[in-house]
Write a protein that binds this ligand. Structure first.
Ligand SMILES: [Cu+2]
Length: 211
């Protein structure tokens, strides 16, 4: 029993030291929310199985660099990415916006970007997170936001995606909005020990690539 306790202590110490400069993990393959505009009708479809639940993982003890520290001690994932499906021709002064139609309590969203550029993301709270209920403007390039929860479980959110005035976010008349539902499953870490989750992370990083 004493030996067990000592190992845990060593692992925690190593983890803290190694992670002095640490960014969140980019686990799992990309899954894109494909946005298209046919005339004035916007639609969104999810790549592959639309009902697949994105697995959120938590990495106990990890402390991420600011501003990514909003993900500390949470279950999180950035697999979903907004992506244009073909050319989107918008009138000048218009933009594409996302607003929350429904979101399970506890689901948080933070501003991301390209997964490979995670040190440049703002990690600003969006889409109902931390009291920010403004529509979120998608700029048209690939954006992988960060989804996070504090407690394990199943979470869904349904978003309205629409063409709006770029300065006010108000919907433009004549355009039909699209809708998409995202799905998450926050699961306990593979092991209670830091060593086990570290080994799991190393395996994931070798075998999967972000964008
Ligand atoms: Cu992507």
């Amino acid at each position: 029993m004493r030996k067990f306790t000592a190992s845990v202590f060593v692992v925690s110490t190593l983890a803290a030291g190694a992670h002095a400069d640490m960014w969140p993990h980019v686990d799992g393959s990309m899954k894109h929310l494909m946005v298209s505009l046919d005339g004035q009708v916007l639609s969104v479809h999810i790549e592959g199985d639309a009902l697949e639940k994105m697995e959120m993982l938590r990495y106990p003890g990890e402390q991420y660099n600011h501003p990514a520290d909003v993900l500390n001690e949470k279950y999180y994932n950035s697999r979903y990415g907004w992506l244009a499906d073909g050319f989107i021709d918008l009138p000048s002064g218009a933009g594409i916006f996302v607003s929350v139609l429904d979101s399970d309590a506890g689901l948080e969203v933070y501003q991301g970007g390209m997964r490979s550029m995670l040190q440049m993301h703002t990690y600003a709270p969006i889409l109902g997170t931390d009291g920010n209920n403004d529509p979120w403007q998608w700029g048209g390039t690939m954006v992988h936001n960060w989804y996070a929860v504090a407690a394990p479980g199943l979470y869904d959110a349904t978003y309205k995606v629409y063409v709006g005035d770029a300065s006010t976010g108000l919907p433009l008349a004549g355009y039909t909005p699209g809708q998409v539902t995202v799905h998450f499953s926050a699961v306990p870490a593979p092991g209670a020990l830091g060593l086990l989750s570290l080994a799991g992370v190393a395996g994931v990083r070798r075998s999967r690539r972000g964008c």
